[in-house]
Design a protein around this ligand. Structure first.
Ligand SMILES: NC(=O)c1ccc[n+]([C@@H]2O[C@H](COP(=O)([O-])OP(=O)(O)OC[C@H]3O[C@@H](n4cnc5c(N)ncnc54)[C@H](OP(=O)(O)O)[C@@H]3O)[C@@H](O)[C@H]2O)c1
Length: 309
């Protein structure tokens, strides 16, 4: 069932495009655009109404870097959500390692913390019925062609994961794309732990793939920022090299895993094949078996929960 959908970060990029694609499905009756800016939300709503010819979009305010904001958003809902798309996220602004009130870095809270609080609150209030997806990333298993190393750990304990979240794990000069990879890695583990804890709901991590036409790379380090934002490289060179696709294809991956219940299973992480960043989706356990380790999954859950309580 997918009558009522909530998408975080729905005012731009892959989130907005997925709202458009959901809006074209007649069975979808309501789409909440979860945004932190009312102005950007209203502009996206207008654009989406024009693109789909339907008045099913509602702006709802949520700052996914703030657990309190997530809880406040849930208190505004009157009926359950069938599909939750946890799409908001990215590098975490100009200073991603800045510590915030939660005790984690901004890059952690924007990708992980508010979403964790959101899921917890929705489940506690019985407001979630069908599927939850999280916007993962190929970086979580390393992307050598972009110079992003595969995350590697000493012991995969709760303590180690907490140090990743608060930044103590990283040396002073660590590249923010590498830190992003670790955070997306923890997110995929956390989603798999949730899948075992709540078997009546599907929890799937899916990467939209390397996607141009979004604001996602604006704060990324050079050369990724240059490659993804320059018109020549993002529109011509990278597509020709088959290392980037458009927002339509990125968003379509979300809908693919949500609607194809036979092939995409709860608790799994789907993204591109090992040497690719676009193209068909495969289970990432094939590339990195650690995504299937239940102890690691539960340790990620424990570390994340520590910072939202
Ligand atoms: N593009 C790629 O190549 C790629 C690849 C793999 C994974 N992803 C993931 O896909 C997701 C979407 O990225 P995108 O490329 O579409 O980037 P984008 O255009 O920058 O979209 C990100 C969205 O998240 C919102 N957002 C950021 N921080 C927020 C906060 N604290 N509270 C509420 N909303 C917030 C942004 O809102 P504002 O406009 O207010 O900033 C924006 O709507 C991200 O999770 C990203 O990590 C992207």
């Amino acid at each position: 069932m997918s009558n009522r959908i909530l998408i975080t970060g729905a005012n731009s990029g892959i989130g907005k495009e997925s709202a458009r694609q959901f809006g074209l499905k007649p069975e979808v009756k309501k789409i909440f655009l979860g945004v932190r800016s009312i102005h950007k939300g209203n502009a996206a709503k207008k654009e989406l109404e024009e693109a789909t010819g339907r008045k099913i979009f509602e702006v709802i305010i949520i700052d996914v870097s703030d657990a309190t904001s997530s809880k406040k958003m849930v208190s505004k809902l009157t009926d359950p959500i069938d599909v939750l798309v946890m799409n908001a996220g990215g590098i975490g602004g100009k200073n991603p390692r800045k510590l915030n009130a939660s005790g984690t870095m901004d890059i952690t809270s924007v990708n992980l913390l508010g979403h964790a609080a959101l899921v917890e609150e929705l489940i506690e209030k019985n407001m979630l019925t069908d599927t939850v997806i999280y916007a993962g990333s190929e970086t979580a298993r390393g992307v050598s062609k972009f110079g992003v190393q595969r995350p590697s750990f000493k012991d995969n304990t709760v303590q180690e994961y907490k140090k990743i979240m608060n930044g103590e794990f990283f040396n002073k000069n660590e590249n923010s794309m590498n830190i992003y990879a670790y955070i997306k890695y923890l997110a995929a583990l956390w989603m798999s732990s949730l899948a075992r804890e709540y078997p009546s709901i599907r929890f799937i991590t899916v990467s939209p793939g390397s996607t141009s036409g979004t604001n996602g790379a604006n704060d990324a380090p050079f050369p990724i920022r240059f490659l993804m934002t320059s018109a020549i490289t993002s529109k011509f060179l990278l597509p020709m090299m088959k290392v980037v696709h458009g927002v339509d294809k990125g968003a379509a991956r979300y809908l693919e895993v949500i609607y194809d219940k036979k092939n995409y299973k709860s608790g799994h992480f789907y993204a591109s094949k090992e040497k690719d960043v676009i193209g068909p989706l495969i289970d990432q356990k094939i590339i990195s078996p650690s995504f299937g380790n239940k102890t690691y999954q539960d340790n990620a859950y424990a570390a994340i929960t520590h910072f939202i309580r």
